[in-house]
Design a protein around this ligand. Sequence first.
Ligand code: PLP
Length: 396
Amino acid sequence: MTAKSMMPYVEGNSAIRAMFEEGARMAKEFGKENVYDFSLGNPSVPAPAEVNEAIRAILDEEDSLVIHGYNQSNSGYEDVRQTVAEHLNRLHGTSFTAKNILMTVGAAGGLNVAMKTLLDPGDEVLAFAPYFVEYGNYAANHGAVLRAVPADPPAFQPNLAALEEMIGEKTRAVIINSPNNPTGVVYSEETLKKLAEILERKSEEIGHPIFIISDEPYRELAYDGVNVPYVTKIYPNTVVGYSWSKSLSLPGERIGYLVFPCEMDDFENAITAANIAGRVLGFVNAPTLMQRVAARCIECTTDIEAYDRNRRALYEGLIEAGYECAKPEGAFYLFVKSPLEDDREFCARAKEHHILIVPGRSFACPGYVRLAYCVDYDTIIRSLPHFRALLGEIRG
Ligand code: PLP
């Protein structure tokens, strides 16, 4: 019999599947071009040509037993980790070496390794709403509890006053995600410094360190020259999780890394525990061929201009139509105020106009909806009259 603990996930999954199936059914009935699907955060820009070239070259040039073999260290290839460290040092003026880097099975695998390393059962993890809903599931994997720090609309910067009140003896970590899914908000250096100041003070007060887990799969997707500060430089008790899922459009290849700075509390034990955590969790090591590919393509990024064009077209189109929304500075999402009190009802009404979007309550923030603009530019342009008609209909 299936574990009882899995049944809430099974029930939740049928809602996701229903949405998937509905999208496919609508595309069949009305034609793909007449369905405006903004529901998924799946990159719409193909991986850079360098990725496929790197795969071919590696297969031709390198020893098959090595590139398809187990890694000597579960943390990943030493030279790949050194390449990642030097890349970060060039960009951020840090002084990492291979020792600080652990290759992971995407950001999701990395977050689970980080949590296995840092959390004991009963510990609490705080996350600023709205947040990527899987965080709660990941914390539960390790017997920890995720608590949502209330959102601070309309700007959706982290609600530091609420965070401070919520920190207690059980608090072990705070997850941050900038550029953010689902709001597109980027946290400024000033905000992060204030967060660090609170965490330092509270760590002292409760007698153990509170770690930041900085989830950064959208780091490169930042627009208008906005600065995305490197969090370890502001708060050393930070573990950074990165993946190439979005920046190289490789979500199916499951490749990313964690950064453990030397300055963090109990560094030597933490890095050893993380190395073992990947094995204990059954990942063993990150996909070996993809580690090599990531290292060869370390300077590459996706076509950010394409996402930026989508961002501007959708944001400007929706504002012009009368919707309310904070202008996103990063990632590929817009978090729009639901014109109906019930965000689920608004999503249902949108579907009548062939628009597929996700209710904010899926990100612990009811009253809003998320639009993923990683779609064809034409889909955005064609969708705008339908968004206008939808709002007109609601307002009567
Ligand atoms: N974190 C956030 C905020 C995400 O949006 C996603 C995926 O959409 C992930 C983590 C998981 O990324 P990956 O596919 O690299 O595991």
